[in-house]
Each structure stands twice: as structure tokens, then as C-alpha cells.
Ligand binder design. Sequence first.
Ligand SMILES: NC(=O)c1ccc[n+]([C@@H]2O[C@H](COP(=O)([O-])OP(=O)(O)OC[C@H]3O[C@@H](n4cnc5c(N)ncnc54)[C@H](OP(=O)(O)O)[C@@H]3O)[C@@H](O)[C@H]2O)c1
Length: 375
Amino acid sequence: MKLKPILKWSARAILLALILAFLVGFIAYWRSTNDCDRKTGAPANPMKAIVHCEYGSPDVLTVMDVEKPVPNENQVLVRVRAASVNPLDLTIRGPWLIRPILGMRKPKDTRLGVDYAGTVEAVGKNVTGFKPGEEVFGARDGALAEYVCGLADRAVVLKPPNMTFEQAASVPVAAITALQGLRDKGNIRSGQKVLINGASGGVGTFAVQIAKSFATEVTGVCSTRNLDMVRSIGADHVIDYTKEDFTKTDQRYDLIFDLVGNHSFSERRRILNPNGICVMAGIGGAGWHDRMAMRLAGELNAYVGSRFTSQKFIAYIANLNKADLTILADLMQSGRLTPVIDKTFKLSDVPAALKYLETGHARGKVVITLDYNKT
Ligand SMILES: NC(=O)c1ccc[n+]([C@@H]2O[C@H](COP(=O)([O-])OP(=O)(O)OC[C@H]3O[C@@H](n4cnc5c(N)ncnc54)[C@H](OP(=O)(O)O)[C@@H]3O)[C@@H](O)[C@H]2O)c1
């Protein structure tokens, strides 16, 4: 068979595939719509919620009247008293890489937030685990609103009485990320030496305390201004990343919980014990920064490279569930886990809260309070 016709037909097939992909993308882009476009008159039973009709900076967020949810027979309706924000909420900027999931031209889901704490207002007829008036916390899309409604057997549990709504609302995404990263991916065991890179942020402040609850020796990496805070939540040692590179010391660790990803595969391997694990949970504080692409590429390289070594480099996405929220509630109740809250904002100031989170230097969690006289 001659090579020339094969090359000619291959080139035609590739060209056709490219044209088709372009057309599909073009149609998907212009057909993408959301409920802001479909709005028909005022809601019959309104509540206030944070809404974003377009992609953009936190300034695209507005407080709007939307329909208050009604629980079905398996759901609980919660009056939200506090919520918290996470790097995840910054997808409002609409990064192109994930727009095929979020919506090409406009966000498919116009509501924002996941973490909340509040009071049960109503329960469906099949719900046995909750009663109206009980205080709960949990995770549900659209949590930046006066009410959330979710299945009773999913990520919602009773709030420990010794925690405020603000403290409980700061827990779900960040603390579950820390718990699952250390326990399930890092296989944490008592007596191990654990290093937490990014120890002063939303996830890191939970990770330090959770690692200590497993009776490990914890080293937290943070900047100068956060050294005392990270020590105060239980870290045995702290490293100031502005003065010292933690990969250049003689110390060896069994587990690295890395929320920053600013060191190469070989640098991190050097400080891991031969069967050590590096859990790659994040690529730095919440803000979009120009090193993100490099860090993502570095983490991918570490993940693939570690398939051929005794040391393991693992990435994961946290899975929000009731069993782990219950473990975290027990840790809080027993005083072994106390959320670190940096700043609180009211619902109408969510844009300012996200701009603050976006600086990438939050110290613990950024919380939203719902004061029903002021929202
Ligand atoms: N895998 C998952 O399922 C999952 C879930 C949640 C979050 N994440 C990811 O985890 C990462 C952390 O999330 P977060 O909620 O903790 O974010 P965050 O609260 O915005 O983190 C802010 C903290 O990062 C610290 N930081 C920034 N640069 C640092 C550096 N070079 N070295 C050490 N610390 C540094 C800051 O400390 P200084 O102010 O001292 O610099 C600040 O305290 C993000 O990349 C997020 O996307 C992943």
C-alpha cells in the first residue's frame, strides 16, 4: 500500500474531526444558558441567595430573591445561620479547562457555596434523624442563601452544642479534605512524622489538628506571621517558608500533606522516608496565580513518576459524606478540633469575602454570617 494516499486521508480525517469539534464547541457555547435567562416574574415564596448569572470576578455576585426550597419526603430544610467560602467557590471566574462541566458561556448552576450551619425548619415525612428546631451543619450546593434543602441521609449532622454556627459552618469542605487526605490517602499512623505544607490556611489549620489527633509528630510550614498560630493549634515544629526551604533540611517524614505543591517531585522525595507518602491536596492558597499551571504540571509529573518508586504521591478530590462529618463533630465535641476563623462577612459582603480569600493568604477559614436583620 502506498504511503501518500494514507497520509492524505489521515490529514482529511483530522481536519474533519477538528471542524466538527469546533462546531460542537461553538454550538455548546452559544446554547449554554442558565436560570437567569429563564426568569419569569417574582418568586412566590422568596428567600435571599447569592447568585451569579455570568462568569467573572466576585463583583458578578449579587444577593437576589429566589424561590425558597420545599423539602421532599426524604429531605431536611435548614434555615442557614452561617456559611463559609472555599477556593472551590472561585470557579465563578469560569476557568476554561472546566467550562465543559460548569457551562461554556454561562454557569449552568447560578447558586454558590457548599458549607453551612443552621437550624432545621422542616423535615420530610420519611426523615427520622432530625426534628425541627435542631441545630445542624453540613454541605450542600447553594449554601450561600437563607435556606438550604438536602437529603437527610447525605452530608448533614447535628452540630456539637459547644460549637457556634460560625465554627460549624467552617468545617465541611476543609476539614473533610484534611481528614480524608491524612487518613485515607496518607494512611496516617500514630508515632509518624508528618509535614503539612500550607498549615495556616482553611484546610491546613484542620490538618494540623487532625494529624495531632492521630498522635503524630507534626511540622507545619507557613509564613512568619502565622508561626505562633500554627504552634498554638498543636504543631510540634514550624518552618517559616520565607526563611527556610523545608526540602533542604536533614529531617525525614513518613507523610507529607501538601496543600501548595511548590516543590518538585525529587525535592519532596528527598525528605520522604523510603515508604513515605506525599498527599497532593492542593496547589496553594485560594487565589488564581500565575504559578498554577506549573504546579499542576509538577503534581502530574510526581503522580506518574511515583508509580515507579517505593514512595507514593497521591492526588484526590474530597468526598463530602455523613460518616466523616460525624467523626469531625465528635472531634469538636471532645475539644480535639477547634476551627480557626480568620474573618467573618455578612451575606451581602460575599464578594468582599471571596476577594479576601483570593489573596491566597487567609489565616484559617473565611465565614459568612446570616444576620436576618441585616442581610
Ligand atoms: N483535594 C481537594 O478535594 C481539595 C479540597 C479543598 C481545597 N483544596 C485545595 O487545597 C489548597 C488549600 O486550600 P485552602 O482552603 O486551605 O486555601 P486557603 O485557605 O486560601 O489557603 C491560604 C493559606 O495558604 C498559605 N500559603 C500560600 N502560599 C504558601 C506557601 N508557598 N507555602 C506555605 N503556605 C502557603 C497561606 O499562608 P501565608 O499567608 O502564610 O502565605 C494561607 O494561610 C487549595 O489549592 C485548594 O484548591 C483541595
